[in-house]
Design a protein. Sequence first.
Length: 401
Amino acid sequence: MADRFKAFPAQASWVEKDGKLTVPAMQVLNQIVRLFGGDENILPATFSYIPGSGTAFGIVYLAADGSVTSTLAPTNGQILIGKTGFAPVLGNLSGTVNRITITNGAGTITLSTPQDIHTAASPTFSDISLSALTAKSFLYADIGGLISATGAATNGQILIGSTGLNPVAATLTGTASQVVVTNGAGSITLSLPQNIAVGSSPAFAGLTLSGLTANAFTYSGTGGAITSTAAPTNGQLLIGATGAAPVAAAITGTANRVTITNSAGGITLSGPQDLGTGSSPTFANMLSGTYTPTLTNVANLDASTAYQCQYMRVGNVVSVSGKVDIDPTTATVSTTLGISLPIASNFGAAEDCAGTAFASGVSGQGAAILADTTNDRAQLQFIAADTTNKAMLFQFLYEII
């Protein structure tokens, strides 16, 4: 290359005195022809150059007749541009709006774009169209950062990643009885089998909460959270506690009143003895029975007869009722009959025993019953209306002292 293309000497002359090109000038022209792949033999042996026909600072070119001529003096940024079938002309490079900007200077032409577009740049566009992409599809960065597209997306499809592979256009998948996915044109609706808002009342066939204790009672804890007790033992129940969480506890019986018997899944409540309507319970201070009292003819009595009587004790009070036959000695005289007690008492006053008696066969014949504090027995007293033997029915109450 160095042998074929030689630089034109800086001080060499272009033309001889007779106007012909000098040898160095011819060599330069031949180099130019060879540079563009032409045949140097197309050049004439000599060129005529008339200095007076050129324009100062004009650009030299070869005219149609083989003569060297020049353009007018170019302005900033003008270059010699070919024109098919005509002599080249001076012209400026033209840019394109929003694409290439041409800035001409003194001996310079600067080409630029509206913004940086090198590989590390981040250009901004109001829109961009890539003809190789599929219409109505999703875009993604392919190998090497190439913007690529999926196929045209159908209703409900979204762009979903795939580890190590290109993302794909696919739909969300629901789960039976859990999440329902409904795809529409430009929409995806996610729903559940039923409402679960704070004001909702969902219904389930069963519910498992891993935070609860197995085989335990459940209750509404702080904030309404379902909470459980510890696993209860035999007979325990969930029992409320004012202002606090309910607790698992057993029912407590009372000695001599209610007996609690706990078992696996069972609680038996019982009393110390049967209390049914057909039962005959026995209590230390509550009992009933019959007895035939011992009678004592204290005053104005020739005879008396005792019959079976009944009594009932409730606490320390005894009720007695029955019948006796009495035979007064003299009419209109105070008559007294002593009646023994079914349960002994130590009377301290006449009113510790009180009752009445009446003779059903004698009009108006009644009697009073009071305590005999000397002999600790009941005492029936009345004024005899006559001296006939008569039956008297009585009832009295007394205190066990």
